[in-house]
Write a protein that binds this ligand. Sequence first.
Ligand code: SF4
Length: 410
Amino acid sequence: MKTVVLNLGCKVNQCECDSLLAGLKDLGHEVSCDLVPADNYIINTCAVTKEAERKSRQYVGKAKKLNPKAKIYVIGCAAEKNAEQFVGKDVTYVSGTAKKEQVLSFIEGVHIVPLPLAYEYMAEGETFRSRHFVKIEDGCNNYCAYCVIPYLRGSVRSRSVESIFNECKKAAEHTDEIVLTGINITCYGEDIGTSLSELIRHLAVLPVRVRLGSLEASIITEDFLSAVEEAGNVCPHFHLSLQSGSNAVLEAMARRYTTEEYYEKVELIRSRFPVAAITTDIIVGFPAEREEEFLETLAFAEKVAFSDIHVFPYSRRHGTAAYPLGALDPAVVKDRADRLIVLRDRLKRSYESAFVGSSLDVVVESTDGLFAEGYSENYIRVYLPDRDYPIGKKVTAYVEGERADGLVAR
Ligand code: SF4
């Protein structure tokens, strides 16, 4: 029996897919993550944008084309948001974000399991990627005005420190980098009496570097940065979600900080880690964003000098607080995204070029016979002449120059 597991979403979905793949192997299935002919397809869907939801539906059609007799199991955020969109499309099973592992035992019917109150433990994945992603929590309590995720994933449920430690320890035998991921890892531990700082302190003994996933600015305190500094194995890379550089838009988005507060956090990071990478997410075209607020965002991004920006055109999601506000003209949104990308590229170049002539530790992700490539501790893509470097292992690279998408080293 061959089963394909397709992931459309975030790193949390990826971790869950790895667990499902391990469970399927235990059941004796031949497994794949590629769109290839198979008996079963499990599609772990995403609803973060309209486009992600559309792709989730599209995968059903693609799977059906490859094998019209295949059984298709749809799970995840898009199914939690609107299970009906998959019903009647030759889908065998539809379930939401809770108890994803039940897909392994279900064979038919529409089945939405109520969201759980505590962290749901899934089988540990057996696939250790070059950088291993470890899910540490699920859910979010923030309810930002544009975001549908808390409705789909529920409130914060944290995984125990012990369970995370054990997975990281196992991963450390295969890779030199683990990435702590979740829906909102800033809130890690608040439901089980611990915190991200505590977790970092526990992981400090492992012979592996630890990268933190997306953070909210509120987590940046002296205590948190001390935990990072004392651990000695946490990457100097802080992905601090911004979303807008305008206080009016931040308020309309129900974000919980002002640009002034955010900037203080940036300064605090730089006072302890002067060359750390500070990356971010910015949404352009939120309905409350006029040209003048967008210009504030450009100016603020320039002031922070982000080393990378993930630019997201606003996607209006049913059921969110911002939904009734409508949406801006798509041409305006595209124009703003393009302008922010131009700034992003300039800031990225300027940050990266400062490392020419210095050494970086690169965890090799892939090799193609010509070049090996991977990310440095401060999240710069680095290319090395291929020397059969072992995938997932750290090499010290001397940076000699730049290229369009990163640095070149030896
Ligand atoms: Fe969504 Fe805001 Fe929670 Fe992030 S913090 S998952 S944007 S509600």
